[in-house]
Design a protein around this ligand. Structure first.
Ligand code: UGA
Length: 451
């Protein structure tokens, strides 16, 4: 099939390459010339494991191309919208200007003289957007059928999640005939995936839009729930890792997304729950989502908590102390700094006068250009040299594997804050460190709890 993808960020670029790998002829459209040039030369403009190889392979195969010229998408049968919907400055609501621009581009450029084309929405949008887009298309007279087809990929696993999704959702238009055309075209596009038995759910526009924000809200709620339990553990001498393990054996609860720490960040969960609350307010059902305010507040408190822990270890004063932060990206295997808990903790400590040094295996360059005032270094050894406290805030494997004995010889004062609860407290205590986890016991109390 001939396919276009509008917006070539983490979502769009990966989706375009994956669709090409399914045998389709794909053109990715973006307004950013540097990004398009980079993708066309096989250099991903962001860090995503496995993507560089896939991009190379598909460019070489001749089925994938990126362009800034909207005229090039005219003949495609399916047009995926994969542009960003960031939080509006100073508000909770999502910024839909990129979606509007994409729709306008499609209305003006897609040629439906030989038959209808499908707009498949992948971006996360406020419920009601798909119907509105369908209305705009209908008013334009261009025969475009809108299907909302939310994306559930995780950064760091984007390629795998796109070609092995756990479900595929089509939000179809109300008109039965058009819904049928839309379904058929998308079934053809995803035929190879559907043949493997991946569940495909057919629903209407609002349900499909809600599925996406409901999923992200649920995940955010799970994380804040366990972080609230971490606060209770801190107050009572409990251990949240053991608590999570114990409740996780109940498969109604499950073990995933119950890792306490400095909380969730990134370009999706935080802004999605806020946009969802804003939309509920517009719809007059804000009370239904009041709990998400608390989910957000618990999450942000974890960041403050890490700062306070560091302050306490330094006798209440950051001035005159060296602080090493390991990790800047919002999660490992990503260079994404958007709403990163690690970065916010680092910035708070820096603004309180510490001599702060930060490092990250993938995000260091992005960090240098985003925040030139921060002291960004390339290695753990440089970061921790002479430090009075070390904070592990993004759980990269190389940080999980750190040797406490080796590190002990590099720092000035052996204080470690394990902001992701991924270290073995006993190993660090044995090497002479003062260990602080998030809602986690260390030392003799932990040993008693193990019994
Ligand atoms: C999230 C969802 O997981 C995807 O399903 C969704 O498609 C995507 O948003 C999106 O809307 O595009 P992502 O933002 O890549 O994916 O990251 P996650 O893996 O969900 O992690 C989010 C944050 O939660 C990270 O900061 C991570 O460190 C944190 N987290 C995760 C915890 O603090 N504890 C956990 O137990 C799990």
């Amino acid at each position: 099939m001939r396919i276009s993808v509008i917006g070539c960020g983490y979502l769009g670029a990966v989706h375009a390459a994956c669709m090409a790998s399914l045998g389709h002829q794909v053109i990715g459209l973006d307004v950013d010339e540097a990004k398009v040039a980079s993708l066309n030369s096989g250099v991903p403009p962001f860090y995503e494991p496995g993507f560089a190889e896939l991009l190379d392979e598909q460019l070489a195969g001749g089925r994938l191309e990126f362009t800034t010229d909207p005229g090039r998408i005219a003949q495609a049968q399916i047009h995926f919208i994969a542009v960003g919907t960031p939080q509006l400055a100073g508000r909770y609501a999502a910024d839909l200007s990129y979606v509007r621009a994409a729709v306008q581009t499609l209305i003006e450029n897609v040629d439906t003289s030989k038959g209808p084309a499908v707009i498949a929405g992948k971006s996360t949008v406020p419920v009601g957007t798909a119907r509105h887009i369908q209305d705009l298309c209908d008013e334009s007279g261009n025969d475009l059928i809108v299907v909302w087809n939310p994306e559930f990929l995780r950064e760091g696993f984007a390629v795998t999640d796109t070609v092995h999704p756990d479900r595929i959702v089509y939000g179809l238009p109300d008109d039965q005939d058009r819904a049928e055309v839309g379904r058929k075209l998308l079934d053809e596009c995803y035929a190879e995936l559907l043949a493997t038995g991946i569940p495909r759910l057919l629903t209407n526009h609002p349900t499909a839009e809600l599925v996406k924000v409901a999923a992200n809200s649920f995940l955010a709620t799970k994380i804040s729930f366990i972080n609230a339990m971490a606060q209770l553990c801190d107050a009572t001498g409990g251990d949240v890792t053991q608590l999570a393990e114990a409740i996780g054996y109940d498969d109604r609860i499950g073990k995933k997304f119950l890792r306490a720490g400095v909380g969730f960040g990134g370009g999706c969960l935080p802004k999605d729950i806020r946009a969802f609350m804003a939309r509920a307010g517009e719809l007059g059902v804000d009370e239904a989502l009041t709990f998400l305010r608390e989910v957000d507040a618990i999450n942000l408190r974890q960041r403050d908590k890490a700062v306070e822990m560091a302050s306490n270890l330094l006798g209440g004063r950051f001035v005159g102390h060296k602080v090493a932060v390991l990790g800047a990206a919002f999660k490992p295997n990503s260079d994404d700094l958007r709403d990163s808990p690690a970065l916010e903790v680092a910035q708070q400590i820096w603004s309180r006068g510490a001599d702060l040094v930060i490092t990250d295996p993938a995000a260091a360059d992005a960090l240098r250009s985003k925040l030139p005032n921060l002291n960004v270094v390339g290695t753990v050894a440089e970061a921790v040299a002479g430090a009075d406290v070390v904070l592990l805030l993004t759980e990269w494997q190389e940080y999980r594997d750190l040797d406490p004995v080796e590190l002990r010889a590099m720092v000035r004062t052996p204080n470690i804050i394990d902001g992701r609860n991924v270290l073995d407290p006993q190993r660090w205590l044995d090497a002479g460190w003062t260990y602080r986890g998030m809602g986690r016991l260390a030392g003799p109390a932990a040993a008693r709890a193990q019994v």
